[in-house]
Design a protein around this ligand. Structure first.
Ligand code: SF4
Length: 363
């Protein structure tokens, strides 16, 4: 039986190729979309679901949308969130209308966060953080789930279209809070098509694929009435934990880079990160390092090194034993220093313009 990867994090992906096969996904190639961004070029974005409508929309300059959600269940985010923003930005730059939903209803029903608290966190930090990470606010529509009556209406109407057994087959379990949260997400994913039917893409970690599958099932079953395009999904790998675990998580603070976080603390974490280095300097010079097993290299590949040429040089110098781990981690620390400064400045700047953003409002 295929392993169930659910959006609430009960299982982690160990074998991405197997997931592509088990989930019936498409392998993402560097030629799937024009001028791919760095995480697409480097295989961090590894798969998708039904990507052709999006590549056609980009090619033919037709309308399409890109949607992602912010879960304000905590005061901070972590470095892994940067990849979602990088992909949203990519589609914004290729003509996509961006929608960012604040999952305040989901935070309330799955994490017990009040709506007021979720809204405060989103306005004070999460939305400015996404802007600081590269989201273009001028081309983005924002909304709170609790204030979007179209989303709520769709969620309730579509709840009739799914049986409990189907829900269990997709998510592995079916407690009431998860059902409420998942149906609200179905409403979210289809909401941008209320005004005009168009293809849409949801860039997420692969653990969110169940939401895409459920939404596609619902869109098929309501085709006669709504004629929605089936949404596409784009999936990236997780940012691994600095100790070598599969996924960076705030539950393991020593191996997770939070945003924001004091830079000296982050540097200490990088210095302690698991590498693919050898036991002694002499051995490393002789045999070379193993970047494919190295969390520092993974950080550079996913987040810190923009230019492919520079990343290639690090890789080759590591393999040839010309680069030692201390020096290599210093490169990461310096880049992280610049990144964190830009991020903190970007958050402060974005906060000043928060009231000018385009929020969906209902009477
Ligand atoms: Fe990793 Fe760099 Fe050491 Fe190579 S030299 S194993 S890439 S830290």
């Amino acid at each position: 039986m295929a392993k169930i990867i659910d959006p609430w994090g009960s299982e982690l992906v160990e074998d991405y190729e197997k997931i592509v096969k088990d989930f019936g996904l498409e392998t993402f190639g560097a030629k799937t979309f024009p001028k791919p961004n760095k995480i697409m070029r480097r295989g961090v974005v590894f798969s998708g679901r039904d990507l052709e409508p999006i590549s056609k929309a980009i090619k033919n300059k037709k309308r399409f949308y890109v949607l992602s959600g912010i879960m304000p269940s905590g005061e901070k985010i972590h470095l892994g969130n940067k990849m979602v923003v990088e992909n949203i930005r990519y589609f914004q730059e290729r003509g996509g209308d961006a929608f960012i939903l604040i999952a305040d209803l989901e935070s309330a029903c799955t994490r017990g966060v009040t709506l007021e608290e979720a809204q405060r966190r989103a306005l004070n930090f999460h939305i400015p953080a996404y802007i600081a990470l590269g989201l273009d606010p001028k081309k983005t529509t924002f909304y709170f789930q609790s204030e979007n009556k179209d989303v709520i209406h769709l969620a309730y109407e579509f709840a009739r279209k799914i049986t409990l057994n189907e829900f269990k087959a997709v998510y592995g379990s079916a407690d009431p809070s998860r059902i409420m949260a998942a149906m609200t997400q179905v409403g979210d994913i289809l909401y941008p098509q209320m005004e005009e039917r168009m293809p849409g893409i949801i860039p997420v970690g692969v653990d969110q694929d169940p939401h895409i599958r459920l939404t596609r099932d619902v869109a098929r079953r309501t085709k006669e009435k709504y004629k929605f395009f089936l949404p596409s999904g784009l999936y990236h790998k997780y940012t691994p934990s600095l100790d070598g675990g599969l996924k960076m998580s705030k539950s393991k603070p020593e191996s997770c880079i939070e945003l924001p976080e004091p830079i000296e603390k982050v540097k200490k974490k990088i210095k302690r990160a698991k590498t693919g280095g050898r036991d002694t300097v002499d051995e490393q010079k002789e045999k070379g390092g193993r970047p494919e097993e190295c969390m520092n290299f993974e950080l550079q590949k996913q987040h810190l090194v923009e230019e492919d040429k520079e990343l290639q040089e690090i890789y080759e110098n590591c393999k040839a034993g010309k680069l030692l781990c201390g020096e290599c981690k210093n490169i990461s620390c310096k880049k992280m220093d610049d990144f964190m400064k830009n991020f903190n400045d970007g958050v402060e700047k974005a906060k000043k313009h928060i009231t000018k953003l385009n929020f969906v409002k209902f009477q």
